[in-house]
Design a protein around this ligand. Structure first.
Ligand SMILES: [Zn+2]
Length: 57
């Protein structure tokens, strides 16, 4: 089964960005390539990898 959910256990910090409500931290999962956004309020957003094709291996 290839559709197993990734737990994003191995992420790298891409950088931070100041928003109106605080600082957002951007991470990328090394396993599946999904981008994770952690807001200052502690809310985690996930951006699916399929949408963000960087073309780098
Ligand atoms: Zn992942």
């Amino acid at each position: 089964m290839a559709s197993e959910q990734c737990e994003h256990g191995d992420v790298e910090l891409l950088g931070t960005e100041k928003g109106e409500r605080g600082v957002n931290k951007y991470f990328r999962c090394r396993k599946c390539g999904a981008v994770l956004v952690l807001s200052e309020e502690g809310v985690l957003y996930e951006v699916p990898a399929a949408r963000e094709q960087l073309g780098s291996r």
